[in-house]
Design a protein around this ligand. Structure first.
Ligand SMILES: *Cc1c(COP(=O)(O)O)cnc(C)c1O
Length: 393
C-alpha cells in the first residue's frame, strides 16, 4: 500500500528491485552459532562475524547474567553524566592492556568509534589520508571532519607516499586503514604504512574490527601481527565481532582518551553500554588469554575451507583471513547461489554492488572456531552442487 507522501521512496525501492539489490531481512530465531535457525529453517551459518563462538560461550553468558543481577539491565545515563560504572573503566583498562596501549575508551559501536575519533580529532589545518576500500564508518567519520581528505588506491604504497608528499604543509597528517578489509579479507600492509608514515612524520590509525580476535598473538590484532607495538597511534576495535557482544573502542595514548571524553559526540550524547554487555566483554578479553585454542581452531577451519573452495575452482580473490569471498560475477548470480545453498541447508549471504565492485559479486563466507569439519564439508558440497546447477562452475 502506498502511503501518500512516500511515493518517492516507493520509486527508490522499485529501482533497487530492478537492479536485483532488494533483499528482505532474514530473521533468526535461535542463538547465532555454527548452526542457526533462519526464516524457520535450521542451516549451517557461514555469515556471522562470531569468529570465536563467543556469542554462546558459557562463561560469558554467566558473566552477563551475574552483572545484570548486580547492576541491573541499563547504565542509566551517558558516560559523562552518571553512566560510568566501575565495570566500564575495568573493561577499558583490560582493553588497553590487551592492545599494549596507555589507555582505551569505549564507544557504543565500532561505527561510532570511527566517527567519534575522526570527527573530533582533526581541524581544518590537518589532513586525513584514507585507503580507498576503508569501511563505511571511516568514510562517514571523514565526511564529518573539517580536515582535508585524500584517498589512496587500495593498499598502494606509492599512492600513499604521493599523498604524504603532497600534504607536508599540514599540521597533522593521519593515515587511516582497515587492518583486515571486510569484503575481501586481505590484510593491510601495516608495516609499510607505518614506515612511510614515520618517514613523513604522519600518524597512523588502524581499524581492527576484523583483525582483533583473529590476527596476532592471542588475537591482539594487526599491530601485534606486524610487530608494531608503540608505533601505531590509534587502534580502533569492535566488541561486536570476535568478542561476540556489541560495542567499539579506541586504544591509544592517555591524552587521546582524555580529549575524546570531552569532545567525541557519540561518546558525549549517547548512553553507555548496559552492564551485561560490559561484563561479557571483560570476560571475552580474559578468554583470549586463557583459551587460545579458539583462535587456533578458527585458522584451522579457514585453511580447511579455503582448500575445499579452491579445489572446486572458485576464485577467493585476495583473501588471507577467515573472510572467504566466493566470487561469482554479477549480483543476481550471487543472490541465486545464496538462495540455492540455503535450500541445501547452508546460509551464506550474497553481496553485490555497491558493497563490492560490479563483476565481483560473491558469497561472503565467514569462518568460525565452532564450525566442525562436518559443517564445512556439508557447506562445500552445497556450494559445489548449487554452483553446478546454476552453471557457475
Ligand atoms: C564491522 C566494522 C565496523 C563497525 O563495527 P560495529 O561494532 O559493528 O559498529 C567498523 N569497521 C570495520 C572495518 C568493520 O568491519
Amino acid at each position: 500500500m502506498t502511503v501518500p507522501g512516500f511515493e518517492f521512496l516507493e520509486q527508490e525501492i522499485q529501482n533497487l528491485k530492478d537492479q536485483g539489490l532488494y533483499r528482505p531481512l532474514r530473521v533468526i530465531s535461535s542463538t547465532n552459532d555454527a548452526e542457526f535457525v533462519v526464516d524457520g529453517k535450521k542451516v549451517i551459518n557461514l555469515s556471522s562475524n562470531n569468529y570465536l563462538g563467543f556469542t554462546t560461550h558459557p562463561k560469558l553468558i554467566k558473566m552477563a547474567n551475574d552483572a545484570t543481577s548486580k547492576y541491573g539491565v541499563g547504565s542509566g545515563a551517558v558516560r559523562t553524566i552518571a553512566g560510568t560504572m566501575d565495570i566500564h573503566e575495568e573493561l577499558e583498562r583490560k582493553l588497553a592492556e590487551f592492545k599494549h596501549t596507555e589507555a582505551a575508551l569505549m564507544f557504543q559501536s565500532g561505527f561510532t568509534a570511527n566517527v567519534g575519533v575522526l570527527q573530533s580529532m582533526l581541524s581544518d589545518q590537518d589532513v586525513v589520508i584514507s585507503d580507498q576500500l576503508n569501511h563505511a564508518s571511516i568514510i562517514d567519520g571523514i565526511r564529518l571532519t573539517k580536515a582535508a581528505r585524500k584517498v589512496y588506491q587500495h593498499c598502494d604504497m606509492d599512492d600513499l607516499e604521493k599523498a604524504l608528499k603532497e600534504t607536508q604543509d599540514k599540521r597533522v597528517r593521519l593515515v587511516v586503514t582497515d587492518g583486515v578489509f571486510s569484503m575481501d579479507g586481505d590484510i593491510a600492509p601495516l608495516k609499510d604504512i607505518t614506515e612511510l608514515a614515520e618517514k613523513y612524520d604522519a600518524m597512523v590509525m588502524v581499524d581492527d574490527a576484523h583483525a582483533s580476535g583473529v590476527l596476532g598473538q592471542n588475537g591482539r590484532g594487526s599491530v601485534s601481527h606486524w610487530g608494531l607495538d608503540g608505533r601505531v597511534h590509534i587502534q580502533i576495535g569492535t566488541l561486536s565481532k570476535a568478542i561476540g557482544s556489541v560495542g567499539g573502542y579506541v586504544a591509544g595514548a592517555q591524552v587521546l582518551r582524555d580529549y575524546l571524553i570531552h569532545v567525541a559526540r557519540p561518546f558525549l550524547f549517547s548512553t553507555s553500554h548496559p552492564p551485561s554487555v560490559v561484563a561479557t566483554c571483560i570476560g571475552a578479553i580474559e578468554l583470549l588469554d586463557q583459551e587460545p585454542e579458539h583462535v587456533d581452531r578458527l585458522w584451522e577451519n579457514t585453511r580447511y575451507f579455503k582448500d575445499g573452495i579452491a579445489k572446486l575452482g572458485f576464485d577467493t580473490g585476495r583473501s588471507e583471513t577467515p573472510i572467504v569471498p566466493v566470487i561469482v560475477g554479477e549480483a543476481p548470480e550471487a543472490m541465486a547461489l545464496s538462495d540455492k545453498v540455503y535450500e541445501k541447508g547452508v546460509f551464506a549471504q550474497g553481496i553485490g554492488f555497491p558493497t563490492v565492485p560490479k563483476g565481483q559479486a560473491r558469497l561472503r563466507c565467514m569462518m568460525s572456531a565452532t564450525h566442525t569439519h562436518e559443517h564445512l564439508d556439508t557447506a562445500l558440497t552445497a556450494i559445489e552442487d548449487a554452483g553446478k546447477e546454476l552453471g557457475i562452475i
